[in-house]
Design a protein around this ligand. Sequence first.
Ligand SMILES: NC(=O)c1ccc[n+]([C@@H]2O[C@H](COP(=O)([O-])OP(=O)(O)OC[C@H]3O[C@@H](n4cnc5c(N)ncnc54)[C@H](O)[C@@H]3O)[C@@H](O)[C@H]2O)c1
Length: 350
Amino acid sequence: MTLCGDSGTSRKLNSRCSGIPVPDPGPLPTEPPRVLITGGAGFLGSHLCDRFLKEGWRVVALDNLLTGSVEHIAHLMGHERFRFIHYNVTHYLYFAEPIDLILHFACPASPLDYAQFPIQTMKVDSLGTLNSLGLARAKGSRYVFASTSEVYGDPREHPQKESYWGHVNPVGPRSVYTESKRFSEAMCMAYHRHHNLDVRIARIFNTYGTRMRLDDGRVIPTFIARALRCQPLVLNGDGSQTRSFCHVDDMVDGLVRLSVQDDLNGVVVNLGNPEEVTIRSLAERILELSKGKGGIERRGMPGDDPARRRPDISLARHLLDFAPHIDLDTGLSGLIPWVQEKLKAELKNR
Ligand SMILES: NC(=O)c1ccc[n+]([C@@H]2O[C@H](COP(=O)([O-])OP(=O)(O)OC[C@H]3O[C@@H](n4cnc5c(N)ncnc54)[C@H](O)[C@@H]3O)[C@@H](O)[C@H]2O)c1
């Protein structure tokens, strides 16, 4: 608004209007920006809560604790800029306060979890996405969606670029997850195109680190826990299928860059670590680093297990200056003592 024919700030205008010099009170106090993280008590969500708090944001974590745990955010309870809401994002969402950024991360993410909760998985990445997009529209928030490398299915293009449309079985055992992620991506783009919502889609490749559940079936915590219990590490088939594993600190760094940078409206970007390993060589590294004595066993291949997975991260490098720094050996060496402590605590609590 312009007063006294001037286009400057109101503080400057006051001094001009009255003729009395006003001492400069310094920068006006500003409210920290506010982020809502759905799935905030999960593995990635809780690390994102930590990081946004560290950056000075107000953080609201919303979670129904389907696959997450309050343990992951217990250290944040009582923090003046943190709030936890126990809620299901597939239900109607209302917030009185302003929200600058919404990160929709609620969704079971391991194949065991989404096999156990197929309908909840499809609901959270359809109704949950719709509700959180609607809230973003109502609040004028920026919106970041946690998509996945699974949208590429069992890929025929390698490494996978964002332009690849995927090779997906729409009715296979993974389809509850894959197809709802693809549906959510389409919904995000509809809000972007139709409502001009500032939407960003992160296609997240396998990520590992502390706060993963040891029983959720994801390969790294499963292998480490079995190695430390002197049990054999079990490969699907001969273990020649490949994956690329990104340390959670690198992933969170990429996600924060994607969230805070301007001019990325409508961007779809791979985030992950392009270092590709076979599952057999991963098992061998874990046995060596954890001094596991149980050896390696084989079993049959589960349905739709992709043969190769490696992100092409050229776009993330170009747009976000994203570069993962933590190599697999360093990341595994840091994670093994954490798993060891978890196992000790489990034994004590029996
Ligand atoms: N970790 C990975 O390697 C990876 C890879 C690709 C994509 N992602 C995506 O990142 C997101 C987070 O994954 P994660 O590994 O942290 O999984 P996670 O299971 O640890 O976290 C998901 C969280 O969402 C919560 N949740 C589930 N349904 C909900 C609902 N209806 N309402 C509210 N909360 C609900 C769970 O309780 C849990 O805390 C997911 O969307 C997942 O698809 C993760």
